[in-house]
Write a protein that binds this ligand. Structure first.
Ligand SMILES: [Fe+2]
Length: 159
C-alpha cells in the first residue's frame, strides 16, 4: 500500500496498520447494510411490519458508519475500496446463510448471530486501534455503541 500522505504525528508503518484494520471494518459495515436489507425484504409472519420497519433505520446507520470509516481511511492517506469484491476479500467473519422467506423470529436470530460477530470484531479493532490511533479507535467505539443498541432491539422482539 502506498499512502498519499500521513497525518501529523503518525508514521507510515502505523498508518498502514490502522488503515488495514479500518478496511476490515468498512467491509463489514457495508455488508451489514446488504444483510439488513435482505432480512427487511424476506421477513414474514407475526410482527412483520414491526421488524420490517425496524431494520431500515439500521441500514441508514451502518451505511453512515461505512462512510465515516472510509473517510477516516482517506484522511489517513489511504484509499478506501468500496467495491463488492473488497467486501468479500476482507470477510473473516461468518456471513448470513438464511435465504428465502422466513419468520421474523428466524431472521432476528440470524441477525443477532451476525451482530455477535460484528460487535466482537469491532471490539477487537478498538483494542488494536487503542495502541495505534485513539482517534480511529474513537470512531469505531461510536459505531459499536449503535450496534449493541440495535442488537438489544432485536433481542427485545424475542423475549
Ligand atoms: Fe423497504
Amino acid at each position: 500500500m502506498t499512502l498519499s500522505f500521513v497525518v501529523p504525528g503518525l508514521d507510515e508503518a502505523a498508518s498502514e496498520k490502522i488503515i488495514a484494520i479500518l478496511a476490515g471494518r468498512l467491509a463489514q459495515e457495508q455488508e451489514a447494510a446488504l444483510v439488513l436489507k435482505h432480512a427487511h425484504w424476506n421477513v414474514t409472519g407475526p410482527n412483520f411490519i414491526a421488524v420490517h420497519e425496524m431494520l431500515d433505520p439500521q441500514v441508514d446507520v451502518v451505511l453512515n458508519q461505512a462512510d465515516e470509516t472510509a473517510e477516516r481511511i482517506a484522511t489517513l492517506g489511504g484509499s478506501p475500496d468500496g467495491r463488492p469484491d473488497a467486501i468479500v476479500r476482507q470477510r473473516t467473519w461468518k456471513g448470513i446463510d438464511l435465504t428465502g422467506r422466513h419468520s421474523t423470529e428466524e431472521y432476528l436470530k440470524a441477525l443477532i448471530d451476525y451482530y455477535d460477530a460484528f460487535i466482537t470484531d469491532d471490539r477487537e479493532a478498538i483494542r488494536e486501534l487503542d495502541e495505534l490511533d485513539v482517534i480511529s479507535s474513537n470512531i469505531v467505539q461510536d459505531h459499536v455503541q449503535d450496534l449493541e443498541k440495535f442488537q438489544w432491539f432485536m433481542r427485545s422482539h424475542l423475549a
